[in-house]
Design a protein around this ligand. Structure first.
Ligand code: CAP
Ligand code: MG
Length: 430
């Protein structure tokens, strides 16, 4: 008598229906486990199965079983019937395709690479409130990347000092001032004080420059408190809220997406903690999956790396992430991405940040083009002539790239850029 039924979940002759959800996994069977059995176990544990055959199994269960239909080396594709998935419930999706299976002894490693979501599934999600075009209209910025900076040191300023650094950043030509991922409301910099003082400085900078200025102020906290903080932001004329989406959790981001949308707030998604599960190429969950999920839920923008800065990530990955956020139809790309038709889901901006300074701006723009939120933080506050000069130098580097001239050529007529190149040149932080 068979004690398990994993092979019932494998059919390499199967063609998924267009309404099925398809996942691409990287897998390594444990010692003594065959490939097909390993993939059968993934399909079983992530859908209707368990470790043993059962006393009774209603015939209709067959219609809910996942089917592993393609196994090539260490890569497998598994199709999931739509009926398995609750409409609009992102956390439940993760519990299915990114849940127990990571802990199975039958696998030495497992990585969820991507999921292709059928139209019938994504129709239950609202996606971004504004889309890239809506953000550009709101900020009155066209023809160049949007720019921003985090006050540095990343935490420690009083709300007043934070707002003063923000003013200098805006006066140097940047559109945004971003809170850092670990700044929320501390004894030395309470959220409410920062919101009020930053609003005052924003109004001053807008009056003096004639430009639209904004900020990604971090509301990360318990969900009800995040809702209150979003309302407080709206009361002070802000049009963005920032959430550390991984630590806040998919359920909370889903709640805040609708609340922020009602308040006219775009969501800046910081991805702090993502490298705990997406950095290992053999085990965990990719940034592609996280970025796709966050666009589906409806953030306006999410960090996607620099490739040339201080944090891990390759050029190919950054471009792949940018495209899955910006395009309405994403093409499949090797064993890194499945095709995706986004239907009515609006676009989202990739955000490039981390170890950047004016000398690296052309390389980043070569990867992303202008549909990007470019964050240069240490790279302006470390400028020899201060924050405002650093922001100006960065804007000059963007201009050089758009004009198709080198930074050295541009520096001839751009003092702040020349001074940035004197200090950092084209240095790549480790
Ligand atoms: C960058 C940053 C961002 C990282 C996040 C930091 O500051 O504020 O959090 O960019 O990484 O705290 O390091 P610097 P990623 O510009 O001074 O490095 O964008 O890869 O999610
Ligand atoms: Mg940071």
């Amino acid at each position: 008598m068979a004690i398990d039924w994993y092979m019932d979940f494998v059919d390499t002759g199967y063609t998924p229906g267009k309404d099925e959800l398809v996942c691409l996994y990287y897998f390594e069977p444990a010692e003594g486990i065959g490939r097909e059995e390993a993939v059968g176990r993934i399909a079983s544990e992530s859908s209707t199965g368990t470790w043993t055959t059962l006393f009774t199994l209603p015939p209709r269960m067959k219609d809910l079983q996942a089917t592993a239909f393609q196994i090539e080396g260490n890569f497998a594709k598994i199709a999931y019937p739509l009926a398995l998935w609750e409409e609009g419930n992102a956390p439940q999706l993760m519990s299915g395709i990114a849940g127990n299976i990571f802990g199975m002894k039958a696998l030495a490693n497992l990585r969820l690479i991507d999921v292709s979501l059928p139209a019938e599934y994504i129709t239950h999600f609202r996606g971004p409130h504004f889309g890239m075009e809506g953000i550009r209209k709101m900020m009155k910025v066209h023809g160049r990347p949007l720019t921003g900076a985090v006050p540095k040191p990343k935490i420690g300023f009083s709300a007043q000092e934070h707002a003063e650094v923000g003013y200098e950043t805006w006066m140097g030509g940047f559109d945004f001032v971003k809170d850092d991922e670990n700044l929320t409301s501390t004894p030395f910099n309470r959220f409410e004080d920062r919101v009020k003082l930053m609003a005052k400085m924003r109004d001053r900078a807008e009056k003096e420059t004639g430009e639209t200025k904004s900020a990604f102020i971090n509301i990360t906290a318990e969900t009800e408190l995040m809702k209150k903080r979003a309302e407080f932001l709206a009361d002070y004329g802000w049009n963005y809220a920032m959430i550390d989406v991984v630590v806040a959790g998919t359920a909370a981001v889903s709640t805040l997406r609708d609340h922020c949308s009602d308040l006219g707030l775009a969501i800046h998604a910081h991805r702090a903690m993502h490298a705990a599960f997406d950095r290992d190429q053999k085990h965990g969950i990719t940034m592609q999956f996280l970025a796709k999920l966050m666009r589906l839920i409806g953030v306006a923008q999410i960090h996607t790396g620099t490739a040339v800065g201080k944090l891990a990530g390759t050029k190919k990955e950054s471009l792949l992430l940018a495209n899955l956020l910006r395009e309405q139809k994403t093409e499949a790309s090797g064993n890194m991405l499945l095709e995706q038709d986004w239907g009515g889901i609006k676009s989202a901006f990739p955000v490039s940040s981390g170890g950047l300074h004016p000398g690296l701006v052309p390389e980043v723009l070569d990867i992303y083009g202008i549909d990007l939120v470019l964050l240069v933080s240490g790279g302006i506050h470390g400028h020899p002539d201060g924050t405002r000069a650093g922001a100006t130098a960065t804007m000059q580097a963007i201009e050089a790239w758009s004009e198709g001239i080198t930074l050295d050529e541009k520096a001839g007529t751009s003092h702040e850029l020349a001074r940035a190149l004197e200090k950092w040149g084209y240095y790549r932080p480790k």
